[in-house]
Design a protein around this ligand. Sequence first.
Ligand code: HAM
Length: 441
Amino acid sequence: MLYFCRGASAPCCEDGVYQAPKGTQDVLPDDIGAWRYVEAATHRLAGEFGFGEIRTPTFEETALFLKGVGETTDIAEKEMYSFVDKGGAHLTLRPEATATLIRAYLQHGMHNRPQPVKLYTLINAFRHDQPQAGRLREFHQWNCEGIGESDPLVDAELVTLLWRLLESVGLRDLSVQLNSIGDAACRPQFIQALTAYFEQHQADLCADDRRRLRTNPLRLLDCKVPTCQPIIAAAPRSVDYLCAACDEHFAKLRGYLDDLDLPITLNPRLVRGVDYYTRTVFEVWPPTVGGQSTLGGGGRYDGLAELLGGKPTPGVGFAMGIERVILNLKAQQVAIPPLDAPTAFAVHKGEAGKRMAWRLADRLRQAHVSAVVAAGDRSLKAQMRQANTVGARWALICGPDEAESGTVQVKHLASGEEQRLSLDAAVQRLSAQPADTDSQP
Ligand code: HAM
């Protein structure tokens, strides 16, 4: 039986060869160095800021995300991968992590721990969007959340953590966009003013905005349609409607960020794509700004835990897109440290030589020296070429003579110097070499 992707113009396999589904990508060994580099930085920085790692399921009950991100957001309306499983449960592949982390906080009684509970997670997330550079259907995020504390110092800590990460991987010329969109006490007045303003300009708005005006007026500020931009530019600003408590919170946050000289841009138009935000919202933008270029963003969500059935619990966090960080590292030509190439590459001639190479590689690995044995029975010359191509530092030449004498020819590939050593001496020599230097025999 043949299965075709519904809505696809062609089957997933071309000329009989299957392709990765639209909007997903394979990360090939040549690119893994960049991923490991960024991921290592996320673990390091999260640790330095006192965040603990959490791992959660790839799918949740659909209702969690509908309530969490808001039913009238693009994510809930158009982008969720939702399905009914064989037991009849309504499930959704996670489009983000925040609702999940709040669910986990509530489920595991984390309010009993010292607050805020600071959590981070590296996830794959799924949104059925139109794929383009930096916008995928399966993508990866680094999420950090500080849950259980309303102190603006926690907001400042989250903004700083995102900034320091991007700085530490070597990205330059970024800006932090910051805004406050108020809370349940003052937002309704702002929304009222916003609705009244956009109603006056309804005839000039795009069709999507006319619909959003009825469902979610705040989202109009995020519209990218060029003809809507002059209208948005003159719209009421949330910061002018903040109540005293929100105003003070925002002022303190700005003060803490000023203390650290972060390059903050106050952006009174900044709103975010999900509904749970209160007060602080922020994003980090690369020098070339576009719909799919935001490197990371987040904000405060003091009403989310209650919305998900818990006690009122403040929280603030962000997510950073790993693919977008890697795209920007490439665009800015940041040098990524190479992954370790194998230390030794064992080449061989004849079956006895091959068996010797096989045993020697095993001894080296047991001594924690990375070793590759050439597979197949190509010529010694072809195997040596392969040793150079994979970047090995030493070739171990095992032929019939070596097998006979129980010795091995050890060649340092960069200098070309060679030495015949007993197997014990070869293992000792290579395990004595620091992995990151190019020391000679
Ligand atoms: P978000 O703005 O939807 O926020 O996503 C955060 C980041 O994930 C974006 O800035 C971008 O780098 C990356 N991203 C989002 N969608 C895609 C996509 N389709 N392809 C590639 N990368 C993408 C959230 O997810 C919130 N949960 C953040 C948060 C945490 N707020 C509070 N805590």
